[in-house]
Design a protein around this ligand. Sequence first.
Ligand code: URA
Length: 225
Amino acid sequence: MIQSEQQRRAYLEALGIDVWLPRDQPDPEEASDSSVVDAGGLDWSELRIAVAACRRCALHESRTQTVFGVGDPDSDWMIIGEAPGAEEDRRGEPFVGRAGKLLDEMLRAVGQARDSVFIANILKCRPPNNRDPKPAESSACRTYLERQIQLVQPKIILAVGRIAAQLLLDTDSPVGRLRGSAHQLGNIPLVVTYHPAYLLRSPSQKRKAWDDLCLAKRIAAGASP
Ligand code: URA
């Protein structure tokens, strides 16, 4: 069921139906406080529609399309990256460029096909020139990711790269310090590893990423974190 006025508007906009607001009422999409936005309670198809219609931050102006996420919605594994790049923006799917190919190989090495995990990003829209997400963008988008996590209910979250790890864990610590042990996101274990784009530039770190994926695999299989 579509629950809030915001969600109803997103739904109607996605269907191409104009939505009019009374003059004296603030437009919730212009609100800088992202707490007014709540994707909680949406089912998968409603969430997809809400994301596709989203205009909560300025990135909607420059995107080709939103990049919702892909994979098995019932997976034990959820992979969370930073934001779509140029190729992802063009194709509407996360991790489809060179870094994505490496991510696929890393997952395959621990027995996970790309379509057996759920892959999403902190941001659903590409930041221009692949710059880092701005705080207002990541907080505006967070409700969608939180709902995706609630719906997937993974046994393990793999945060790839500094931005995803720091935003999810609300920390400034570098990946080198965050990786190597399990964290908790609510009641879900979370393992941090290097971003595959970084591993393409620094292949000597692949060994550590392998260790991280093995840790994630053990936790997904039921080992205590
Ligand atoms: N990098 C990310 O973090 N996410 C993508 O989808 C692509 C590249």
